[in-house]
Design a protein around this ligand. Sequence first.
Ligand code: PMP
Ligand code: GLN
Length: 399
Amino acid sequence: MTSSTPWQRTARGAGLLDATGHLRSTVFAEMSALATATGAVNLGQGFPDEDPPEAVLEAARDALFGGSNQYPPGRGVPTLLEAVSEHQQRFYGIDVDPGREVLVTAGATEAIAATVLAFVDQGDEVITFEPFYDAYGAVIGLAGGRHRTVPLRGPDFRVDADELRAAFSSRTRLVIVNDPHNPTGTLLDDATRSSLVALAHEFDALLVTDEVYEHVVFDGVPHVPLSTLPGASERTITVSSGGKTFNATGWKIGWLSGPASLVSQIMSVKQYLTFVNGSVFQPAIAVGLRLPREHFDDFTADLQSKRDLLSAGLLSAGFDVSPARGSYFVVADAAPLGYDDAAEFCRALPQLAGVVGVPVSAFCGPTLAAEHSSLVRFAFCKRAEVIDEAGRRLAALRA
Ligand code: PMP
Ligand code: GLN
């Protein structure tokens, strides 16, 4: 098949096409299918195995039976726009006008896609960290942009200040900042946050922050949205989603906030992607965003204990483990167990131990993939007994 459309070129460039030109599934779908086919414990794709909070479920049921089944307003239902605004004020002291500065999207994925499509012209450069969430590379390609990356290296996956500066050029249009970071579980430090804002000013770039794990930050460290830094808010689009915070990844309710003029440009793209979505789920996520602070604290504490449980299980199974400071994920090095190729290891792991993980190389271009070749991402957003069982199974690797 000859590549002709932007998507075909993007898919080929991103390695999404197989030798016969057919679209391959994403690494997440592939690994979930492997788990289903083999009965392995699925610590691959990052989705919780528990339901949303009861109040959130009830609100969805009420909306379903209460007549909220037609197209919602293009910007989002008013109660969710207001709840996003209240949430930003309550947790971060950020002022957001719900009527002009918020847009509801089909998950964070659409928020990012619409933002990139709204602002990136042919040949413009978009910076992300690497490893990066797979959708970033795909949508940058689709927009005709050039993807520049700043490598994150283990065991801490910190940003190197010189490498960050080196990624910027006069063609830089956007910087997609994922903090807390999938797949490494790292958090940005204050110096990197300040540099990002300073560099965005110097090179006149927009900042797009993917904060879907904003409530999954451990060890008492506060989450710091980039838009709270001096000089950041006028050039920052802040993206989040109800999927992670409320155990509702299937609902695909995301949102973004930022300066009204930027948000309306993004909305003009969004209306021709999905138009609108999730009339029943939008009011339910609004209820979630208004839950008392203890709910959010308990949610974080629960995930922190699961992080500890999985990290301990991986260590005792013989992996080296990077400290996960946020997100749903922990990165483990299989090299001490004698496995240098994590992609091969992950394909064999259901047979070897009855567990599924995702190779970190799937989030990298070829150069960094080679450097990170023995690293595996495991998700701990699962019930404690599932994590325990995975730990017991992984212990067999040493036997
Ligand atoms: N960004 C990151 C970093 C993610 O890990 C995910 C999904 N898991 C998303 C975006 C997509 O979020 P959503 O399901 O709300 O589209
Ligand atoms: N974000 C989830 C993960 O990183 C998966 C989402 C998806 O399958 N696209 O595992």
